[in-house]
Design a protein around this ligand. Structure first.
Ligand SMILES: [Zn+2]
Length: 386
């Protein structure tokens, strides 16, 4: 098994003894435990909200090798929760920003950068040889990909996720423990999945969950206590209630039960295909095409379903604001002689709204692909991103 302690008899340096003295004082860690951490290899997928505290604490704790997978650049709107990155790093890659920060915290740590999107084509190759995978992703497709990679390689997966004021954590893919797919057999329909960009998140919540993931990672490496194997921790920051739910390994789980999944699949398709969703297909319009039609003076009913504060940051000319919660009440007032085009930030809320219109019999409805963020990227970069 991959979490076997790497035996190492070389002494810690004087600098290391001083740096880790509060660990070494703990009888459960001691010099031997610290040497185990020094030779440990942890792969962190995502250097964002969850990945920030994970990377900071694992580096501070002296985990010898931290693999980092991320393809994004630091954006102003990240800084409310992604404490690994600072204002000076806006626009530079998260990998570079993270590496600089981790090197400053602990120059003994080796950061292995993977500046790429984790995909079915590269996940096994990237993850092979690590002792643990820490899942800091923010979408279902990558979460299933991380889980299957963990199961196929026999590397435990330290899971965390956050939404608004709530979070979850567990340890999946440990020997005899359940995996993510045991718990969530099928992904939810994509239209009903808001991500952090859509739904918002209180900045400290990924801090709480990521810190728990870091704790679980260190416990797994040192074989301390009872890790969250077979238990799902749920956190509600509003009530500050922490609960653990027992979860069982599902003998019929296609990943870790029947082992019928023997290779990685296309997880975007798995999480987004109509086979997994009962909802009616809504056609999309590309930003450039919409811009052309507006420029031609076509009479379109363009509806922005975001919140008023988002409208204030940026909106598409000629649109009007009907926040998602008011869309059902707006249906009788829509001009049915015009084509209705809906948009939101990235396209999930407006897809949900488009579905409601279609269900109510409004026939000519389209969703702006990629929301206003793609509009900004492809049509009008002078608008403010958020
Ligand atoms: Zn499973």
């Amino acid at each position: 098994m991959s979490t076997n302690r790497r035996r190492d008899t070389t002494e810690l340096t004087r600098e290391e003894l001083a740096r880790y003295s509060r660990h070494i004082l703990l009888p459960q860690v001691g010099e031997e435990g610290q040497r185990t951490l020094k030779h440990a290899r942890v792969l962190l997928v995502g250097a964002g909200g969850l990945g920030s505290p994970v990377a900071l604490y694992l580096a501070a704790a002296g985990v010898g090798t931290i693999g980092l997978v991320d393809f994004d650049a630091v954006d102003l709107s990240n800084l409310q929760r992604q404490i690994l990155h600072g204002s000076a790093a806006i626009g530079s890659s998260k990998i570079d920003s993270a590496r600089d920060r981790l090197r400053d915290i602990n120059p003994n740590v080796r950061v292995e950068p993977f500046e790429t999107r984790l995909t079915s084509a590269n996940a096994l190759e990237i993850a092979r040889g690590f002792d643990l995978i820490v899942d800091g992703t923010d979408n279902f497709a990558t979460r299933y990909l991380v889980n299957h990679t963990s199961v196929l390689l026999g590397i435990p997966n330290i899971y965390g996720s956050v939404y608004r004021f709530e979070g979850q954590a567990s340890v999946f893919g440990a020997p005899d423990g359940p995996c993510y797919r045991c718990l969530f057999r099928e992904p939810p329909p994509p239209e009903l999945v808001p991500n952090c960009a859509e739904g918002g998140v209180l900045g400290v919540v990924p801090g709480l969950v990521g810190t728990i993931q870091a704790t679980e990672a260190i416990k797994m490496l040192l074989r301390l206590g009872q890790p969250l194997v077979g238990r799902l921790l749920t956190i509600d920051a509003m009530t500050m209630a922490f609960r653990t739910i027992e979860i069982r390994k599902d003998p019929d789980c296609p990943a870790c039960g029947t082992h019928e999944i023997t290779e990685l699949i296309d997880y975007d398709e798995f999480c987004g295909s109509p086979a997994h969703s009962e909802v009616q297909q809504i056609s999309e319009i590309q930003p450039a095409h919409l811009a052309e039609r507006i420029a031609r003076g076509e009479q379109l009913e363009i509806i922005d379903v975001r919140e008023p504060y988002e409208w204030q940051i940026a909106h598409i000319p000629g649109a009007r604001l009907v926040p998602l919660e008011r869309i059902a009440a707006e249906i009788p007032r829509l001009d049915k002689s015009r084509e209705t085009i809906l948009y939101c930030k990235v396209g999930a809320r407006s897809m949900f709204a488009a579905q409601q219109l279609a269900d109510a019999g409004v026939s000519d409805v389209r969703n702006l692909a990629g929301g206003i963020l793609r509009w900004i990227d492809e049509v009008d970069p002078s608008l403010t991103r958020y």
